[in-house]
Design a protein around this ligand. Sequence first.
Ligand code: DLZ
Length: 171
Amino acid sequence: MASEQKNLSTFEGSAIADASEMKFGIVWAEWNHAITHALMQGATNTLLKHGAKSENIITKTVPGAFELTLGAQYLAEYENVDAIICIGCVIQGDTKHFDFICDAVAKGITNLNIKHNKPFIFGVLTVNTQEQAEDRTGGKHGNKGDEAAVTAIKMLDLKNSFEQHKGKIGF
Ligand code: DLZ
């Protein structure tokens, strides 16, 4: 479903787990700062709302979305975090920059998931206009930061469920 029909701050499906024992990194890009700051705040507030402790949320910035991959990798390697939320906003311009950045960051984050066997969440808005970005940072379509935080909790809960039942079939 396109995010136009979905509110990014309301959630369907399974219950959201308690995050009080989970440790999170958030890396957010400074490009389109007002938007990414609102996304970062949305993500942080949602983690706290679901029980995460503020001392277990480490937040770092990088210059632009292109740098999110390495920033996230640094968090995974140098900090004790279970999941990393990557936040950025890429707005379509007149050049091909948009395609290159979106492609690079999507592939970069995908690869980090596999390399580290940890959830790295794609909290990046890829939009045509500033208005579309605002609609997704607390506007009529909710806040993509909320969605990214809930996704991080759900993926960690999934990982924990496998680790608790390792070796048992059909649990
Ligand atoms: C250069 C650039 C442009 C044109 N647009 C954006 C954008 O919309 N969102 C974003 O996060 N970053 C943008 N950047 C910066 C690149 O991500 C990167 O920081 C620079 O190309 C330096 O590597």
